[in-house]
Design a protein around this ligand. Structure first.
Ligand code: ADP
Length: 582
């Protein structure tokens, strides 16, 4: 319970941070909603008594007027509050979702490949989409407390045993409800894994990126079978929980009917005995009913609150996933010499090392080519340099200081990276080239010329404002793989960062386009420290140094000519590729 209260406080703080007067509105709205039945029950009692016993017309008119005006005012206030609460609720949900999205963008990259974190994200999304009960819950809680006090007083004046009967039925029903909610929570948690797999399979089916493979390899029946199996499992699980819930609600309803029958019988007995008036009879019965409802609501909202705490816990745990260091050093030395010093790294702490004791120095402005077979650790080397992961041993230094000591965002400004699996967004060419809108059209056109895309873009009516892909804009363009890659290279030239990293930048370019990029290599890399990973050995000729990676180690290092003269690994790779051209 202590833990739940702490969780609830954290959540309230989160909501308060997003919307300040939200809770005041919730409380006012609950008070207004409680007032309505109260006014009606009490006024109805006086009206019936006037009609059956006292029969004074002026009094009757007064009671009816109070009831009507009271209802009108309360109804109006209620609608007004409900409207602004609904609006606030939508905004809040959107803000929470946005906060989650921002968190996913900000967390340390390594966590995004961790299955535990992926499941947690699903659980949090589930909570956001289905469990945003905080408004209803607080509302119900406050309403039931206020109503409880009022109706309790009325019922006690009737008979204390009736009060005890109501309490006993509520306790019985709460017990059933709690059991049912626990089962429901368990069910929802189990659904999370299912949902993740289900979304993946459905994504495969509807995603255009996989459309070609699905057709060529006839993967469709395989995906359909997998999806069907998951669907069947989910339906079976849903069946079970629905059946269980049906039974629980039935039992609760039976207990309430028995309680109501006893109360009506007792009140009727008192009317026969002429202990109470007909007006009091209706007031007592309605009050006992509402007391029972409010007590039930109160216990249920407490149970649901505790249930919700588990979901909120997930949310809070997710929010606590570490983000890269943001308050590091923002001042960089003039000499941006890069150094890997005995760096070792493995993706999972328990698995074998992907980089083993790697040491290399890259002077400022120097151009390094990295070659080696697939899986040698070349991209991992770059990922460490980009601080997507931290090495388990050794250090990476920039200007003599560990790269982890620099402010993350400032550090990233120093790097221009073209990954093999680069991503462009379905926005305009202009936004893709410079999402911070800092560069002029002239500067953009200049880099487009450098990568050989200028003419192509000039031909399109909207030019730089043309959207890429048709995802968000039906007039968007589809380019060839090579053209997309040129655009990515252009984006990186424009960034004008002092360190340029090209990981297989020409892999989807045709020989002409590749030659074009090679011709412009000196322009691309001018004055920048450059790391160039490529399977095209010819790219090594225009780099100052070459490092040959194999099984996580640098097995050869030197100039192109030195390594050729060595006649070992590099020379072997060079000649192997050259064979096909001779
Ligand atoms: P290269 O770029 O030289 O082809 P990589 O650096 O991509 O090689 O990969 C080196 C090794 O690390 C490979 O064995 C690869 O399977 C493994 N690896 C790459 N990325 C991950 C990851 N996210 N999780 C676990 N292992 C990975």
């Amino acid at each position: 319970m202590k833990h739940d209260i702490r969780t609830f406080i954290s959540y309230i703080q989160l909501i308060k941070g997003l919307s300040k007067n939200y809770f005041i509105l919730v409380i006012l709205s609950a008070l207004v909603q409680t007032a309505q039945p109260f006014v009606n029950i009490i006024m109805l009692r006086f009206i019936i008594d006037e009609l059956t016993v006292y029969k004074v017309a002026s009094q009757l008119i007064m009671y009816i007027s109070i009831m009507v005006i009271g209802n009108l005012v309360i109804g109006l206030l209620d609608r007004l509050m409900a409207r602004s609460l609904e609006l606030k609720n939508h905004l809040l949900m959107a803000d929470i979702e946005l906060q989650l999205g921002k968190k996913i963008m900000d967390v340390h990259f390594k966590y995004l490949e961790d299955a535990k974190v992926l499941n947690l994200r699903e659980q949090v999304m589930f909570f956001i989409n289905n469990k945003m009960t905080i408004v209803g819950l607080l509302n119900r809680f406050i309403q039931s407390v206020v109503g409880l006090i009022g109706f309790l007083i009325i019922v006690v004046t009737m008979n204390v045993y009736i009060l005890l009967l109501v309490v006993a039925v509520v306790i019985f029903n709460s017990y059933i409800y709690k059991k049912m909610k626990n089962r429901e929570f368990e069910h929802e948690q189990n659904q999370v894994l299912f949902n993740r797999k289900w979304s993946y399979y459905i994504g495969l089916a509807i995603n255009f990126f996989t459309a070609k493979d699905i057709r060529l390899y006839n993967i469709s029946p395989f995906i359909m079978n997998k999806t069907k199996k998951y669907h069947e499992d989910a339906i079976t699980a849903n069946d079970k929980i629905t059946h269980y819930k049906g039974k629980s609600y039935g039992l609760s309803s039976l207990a309430i009917q028995i309680q109501n029958a006893v109360i009506v019988a007792y009140a009727a007995y008192r009317v026969f005995k002429q202990n109470i008036t007909i007006g009091q009879f209706t007031m007592y019965i309605s009050s006992a009913n509402l007391l029972s409802n409010h007590l039930t609501e109160l216990t249920r909202s407490v149970i649901e609150f505790r249930q919700m705490c588990k979901h909120i816990d997930n949310f809070i745990t997710f929010n606590r996933i570490p983000e890269p260091d943001k308050d590091g050093n923002r001042i960089f030395p003039n000499d941006l010499k890069l150094e890997f010093k005995n760096v070792s790294f493995s993706y999972n702490d328990d698995s074998s090392l992907v980089l083993k004791n790697v040491s290399i120095i890259l002077q400022m402005g120097e151009k390094l080519a990295i070659v080696g077979p697939n899986g040698a650790g070349k991209t991992t080397f770059i990922k460490l340099l980009c601080r997507l992961y931290k090495p388990q041993a050794g250090e990476i230094l920039l200007g003599g200081k560990n790269i982890q000591t620099y402010d993350y965002e400032e550090y990233m400004k120093l790097l221009s990276v073209v990954f093999q699996d680069y991503k462009l967004l379905p926005f305009s060419i202009r936004e893709n080239l410079d999402n911070e809108s800092q560069r002029s059209d002239d500067a953009m056109e200049e880099v487009l010329k450098q990568v050989g895309l200028f003419e192509k873009i000039q031909e399109i009516p909207k030019r730089l404002n043309t959207s890429i892909y048709k995802t968000l804009d039906s007039s968007g363009i589809e380019l060839s793989g090579g053209q997309y890659q040129k655009l990515v290279i252009a984006r990186n030239i424009l960034k004008d960062a002092p360190i340029l990293i090209l990981d297989e930048p020409t892999s989807s370019l045709d020989p002409y386009a590749e030659a074009e990029i090679y011709q412009h290599f000196n322009v691309l890399a001018k004055g920048r420290t450059t790391i160039y990973i490529s399977h095209r050995m010819s790219s090594c000729t225009f780099c100052d140094k070459v490092a040959v990676f194999d099984q996580g180690e640098i097995v050869e290092y030197g100039t192109h000519q030195e390594l050729l003269n060595k006649k070992k690994v590099y020379a072997g790779m060079w000649h192997a590729q050259a064979t096909y051209y001779n």
